[in-house]
Write a protein that binds this ligand. Structure first.
Ligand code: ADP
Ligand code: MG
Length: 874
């Protein structure tokens, strides 16, 4: 935009260019009457992104100005699309009445200001947010060579910070899953960080490094919390202050000084969570499938929450399973409590279902973007909280804590509650500006004003009757936007009125008059309306202020309700799907009896098929299980189900098994060989090896490692060699609990050399030249890979199958005699080989015949039958 000089621009354009220059990285939504208009490059970008018409408006320096616009009333939907496509938007409003501007002179321009910057991490509107997804804003700071990551969620109100290493950054970002990460431009030069940061795509916002200055950050934090020292919150490193301070600065920048209500800054306990990197999350399809959908993901199968806040909390817990045994048990206790009280659980969930989203309403109130419905959400949320408190008198574990929080929170908000109940109508409108949300009879001065406003019709009608009688004409009192109220008669009666009334207008078919009486009545009516609106707005502001004054207890209520939703939801899941409470402790145990894969099980159930449960025990001597078996036998399912069980156990849920004993897992790794990775574009052998390297470098004796067909992305011998060495390293150096699926059954030879390696295999039964998968894990080794059987099941042409069998036989012979290729060379070529005999129905029938036992008539019938069995066309 630098080439656009304000010289020679119209006054409006000059104002536009000045504001645009100050917001160069944003699309500028410039308010013009009922539209937001975009100009120049902004217009071209937005028109393309939104698929709307690009037109022209006026000229600048002799060139047409490209323009597009969106109507203000529908702006949200356009904003949403732009934000999703990675744009940032600055909203520029008219901040004075056009009439005011005219007073300064006919050429003067209405004052405009940017009132808000819309960015993905700072949204509050329901129309721009997904109800079930947290909207986290994160910030990465660096000072003195150390990095720190801060994060906040405006609706939940939490705000945390922690030191982070460059190596751990990707894992931390995967856990936080921020909608937006702000970073100083200086960090983008760091090659190690650059790749991780760029992977965020549209969620990455690069800001000038000066915004991350730690001294300024400290001041911003102190001002935000109104404290003299940060020490009251804990002790923070300079990098942490840099990250957290920049985040607060960014919130104030985007909200133009309005302050979202955040709770005191806290340290995030990084080691408090099971570390799960992005590849593992993707591979286990935790929150979305490989195809990017929520449906069919692990989360979608375990989510029985009935509120959006509960769904967000469950998702957050799934993203960050705990490592602290006591904390895990607190959660388990709550689930167990509800699972024992089935009926109570059902009633509770019915109540929760009707609870509005308190947290999001509160977030909008705190940035002055709320409407009457948000107040109603608080009112109804408080009412729900009271019912829930009375319903669940005592709970266990975190349910007990939540009920106590409800009691305390409800006491603190009782004043607000009374006020909201007194003033608000049951179902208020969306916007405060049109009024109509305060109950009749709740506020005497408002009632009077409304009466005056609403009685206008009756008062006007009676005036009309009186004037008709006085003048003896069929006059009417009408209203329009230009004249306001006026008296109207047809021209033939006009003369009579000229003497008594004030003449205003003569039209084709009508003459219009006014009287002092009518004007003053009209004034009173319109004033009453305006005053009623102003009074309602004032009451709105009072209620909003009252709500913000108790923002902390309100957040606590919202948290407690969400927690109860999650605990009771997991209890219902456990009851419905027969999950059990796992024993979680600090050991290195991993013993699952009759474990199941929740997602595969659900899919099979939908197809009326049964899931075969399987045991897994990595507790003892044999910590690494080598799983062999043909394709489609269930290896990947078995591997993943155990990883998912570990996650469920540590997020405090029950697990799909008959029993489970899990020693806390510090890190979870799950990798799929390139050949199995469906996510397009990523399926290169290189990626697979980079990821395997990460595991071998990071996995500890407390980790759980899932390796699925590693080494498959390269030539057979390379692949086997890599898989072999990887398994050895895992056993001898890492000592992690591990499941290793492979179709290289040669690897089973490792079992003799590595005491910590056990061989298991997926049972299959050969039957009539084909195979049946039993999906059962048993000790032992797959005798062969059955690849050709599977190929046959898949419908490969019969001659290809037969040919493959020949080649395989040759290869296997060669393996013993060391010259496989020479032997294969001896085989006749594909085309030269005799076509395999198809089974002939005629021959089958002939074989069945015993000629001696046939009567002549039967023999004749048989001849006809044989003829009919001949393949057609021959
Ligand atoms: P593999 O990794 O050995 O090729 P998968 O784990 O991908 O096999 O499983 C293939 C299919 O077999 C699954 O999609 C599922 O339908 C079925 N399956 C796997 N495990 C089981 C099981 N334990 N019980 C029933 N069906 C199963
Ligand atoms: Mg597989």
């Amino acid at each position: 935009m630098s080439e656009l000089s304000a010289e020679g621009a119209t006054p409006v354009m000059a104002q536009y260019l000045e504001i645009k220059a100050a917001h160069a990285d944003y699309l500028l939504f410039y308010r013009m009457g009922d539209f937001y208009e975009l100009f120049f490059e902004d217009a071209a970008k937005a028109a393309e992104a939104l698929d709307i018409a690009l037109t022209k408006r006026g000229r600048h320096l002799g060139v047409d100005i490209p323009m597009c616009g969106v109507p203000v009333h529908a702006a949200d939907q356009y904003l949403e699309r732009l934000i999703r496509k990675g744009f940032r938007v600055a909203i520029c409003e008219q901040v004075e009445d056009p009439a005011e501007a005219r007073k300064r002179g006919s050429k003067s321009v209405v004052r405009r200001e940017v009132v808000r910057l819309v960015t993905p991490g700072t949204l509050t509107e329901d129309s721009l947010l997904e109800p079930k997804r947290a909207n986290t804003l994160a910030s990465l700071g660096r000072a003195g060579g150390a990095l720190a990551l801060a994060a906040a969620e405006m609706s939940a109100g939490w705000f945390r910070v922690a030191a982070v290493t460059a190596e751990a950054l990707a894992v931390e970002l995967a856990r936080l899953d921020p909608s937006e990460l702000i970073v100083p431009d200086s960090l983008m030069a760091d090659m190690a960080l650059k790749a991780v940061l760029n992977a965020l795509g549209g969620a990455l916002t690069v800001l000038p490094a000066i915004k991350f200055e730690s001294a300024a950050g400290e001041r911003a934090l102190k001002t935000y919390y109104g404290v003299n020292e940060l020490a009251g919150f804990g002790s923070f490193s300079r990098a942490e202050v840099s990250a957290a301070g920049a985040l607060i600065g960014y919130l104030e920048l985007t909200q133009k000084g309005k302050r979202p209500a955040l709770m005191p800054l806290k340290h995030d306990g990084v080691n408090a969570f099971m570390a799960i990197d992005a590849a593992t999350r993707r591979n286990l399809e935790l929150t979305q499938t490989l195809a990017g959908e929520r449906r069919g993901s692990f989360l979608s199968v375990i989510d029985r929450t009935v509120t959006a806040a509960g769904a967000r909390l469950l998702s957050a817990r799934l993203a960050a399973p705990l490592t602290d045994v006591a904390a895990i048990e607190q959660r388990q206790e709550a689930v167990a409590g509800f699972a024992d009280e089935r009926d109570l659980c059902a009633v509770l969930r019915e109540k929760l279902r009707q609870t509005p989203d308190i947290a999001r309403a509160l977030a909008r109130l705190s940035v002055d973007r709320a409407g009457p419905r948000d107040l109603a959400a608080l009112r109804d949320g408080i009412a729900s909280a009271r019912i829930v408190r009375d319903l669940v008198k005592e709970g266990q574990g975190e349910a007990e804590t939540s009920i106590a929080a409800l009691r305390e929170g409800l006491a603190a908000v009782s004043g607000l509650d009374a006020r909201l109940n007194q003033l608000l109508v049951p179902e208020p409108p969306f916007y405060a500006r049109d009024g109509g949300f305060i109950c009749a009879g709740a506020h005497a001065p408002l009632d009077e004003l409304r009466q005056l406003r609403d009685e206008s019709r009756r008062v006007i009608a009676s005036l009309e009757t009186r004037y008709r009688e006085e003048t003896g004409t069929p006059l009417k009192i009408k209203h329009n936007g230009v004249l306001g109220y006026f008296i109207e008669v047809t021209p033939q009666h006009a003369d009579k009125l000229m003497a008594v009334y004030r003449h205003r207008q003569t039209m084709g078919g009508a003459v219009r008059f006014s009287t002092d009486e009518l004007s003053s009545l009209a004034n009173r009516i319109s004033e009453a309306g305006d005053q009623a609106l102003a009074l309602e707005k004032q009451l709105f502001d009072e209620m909003a202020a009252a709500a913000l004054a108790v923002a902390t207890p309100l957040s606590a209520l919202a948290d407690a309700l969400a927690t109860l939703d999650v605990a009771s939801g997991l209890a219902e899941l456990a009851l419905a799907k027969h999950y059990v409470r796992p024993k979680v402790d600090g050991s290195c145990a991993f013993a699952v009896r009759a474990g199941r894969h929740p997602v595969v099980e659900a899919a099979l159930l939908a197809a009326h098929a049964a899931f075969v449960p399987n045991d897994c025990d990595l507790s003892g001597e044999r910590r690494l299980w080598l799983v062999t078996g043909p394709n489609m036998a269930g290896k990947s399912t078995f591997l993943r189900q155990n990883a998912l069980i570990a996650i469920l156990a540590q997020m405090g849920s029950f697990v799909p098994a008959v029993s489970a004993h899990i020693g806390v897992v510090d890190r979870l790794f799950s990798r799929v060989g390139a050949g199995d990775d469906l996510a397009a574009g990523r399926s290169t052998f290189m990626v697979e090896m980079v990821e395997t390297a990460a595991i071998l470098n990071q996995a500890s004796g407390k980790s759980l490692v899932i390796l699925d067909e590693i080494g498959r992305g390269t030539a057979t011998f390379d692949g086997l060699a890599i898989a072999w060495a990887t398994a050895e390293h895992l056993c001898l150096k890492n000592g992690s609990r591990a499941l290793f699926a492979t179709h290289y059954h040669e690897m089973t030879a490792l079992a003799e050399r590595l005491p910590s390696l056990a061989c298991v295999t997926m049972r299959v039964r050969e039957w009539n030249d084909t195979i049946v998968f039993l999906h059962e894990v048993v000790p032992g080794v797959a005798d062969r890979s059955y690849g050709i059987h599977v190929a046959k099941l898949a419908g490969l042409p019969g001659d290809v199958v037969a040919r493959a069998q020949e080649v395989l036989a040759a290869l296997e012979e060669g393996r013993e005699g060391h010259k496989p290729l020479a032997r294969i060379d001896d085989l006749p070529l594909f085309g030269a080989a005799p076509p395999p005999k198809e089974k002939s129905a005629v021959e089958d029938a002939l074989r069945e015949i015993s000629p001696d036992s046939l009567s002549p008539k039967e023999a004749l019938e048989l001849l006809y039958k044989l003829k009919s069995l001949l393949p057609s066309g021959k």
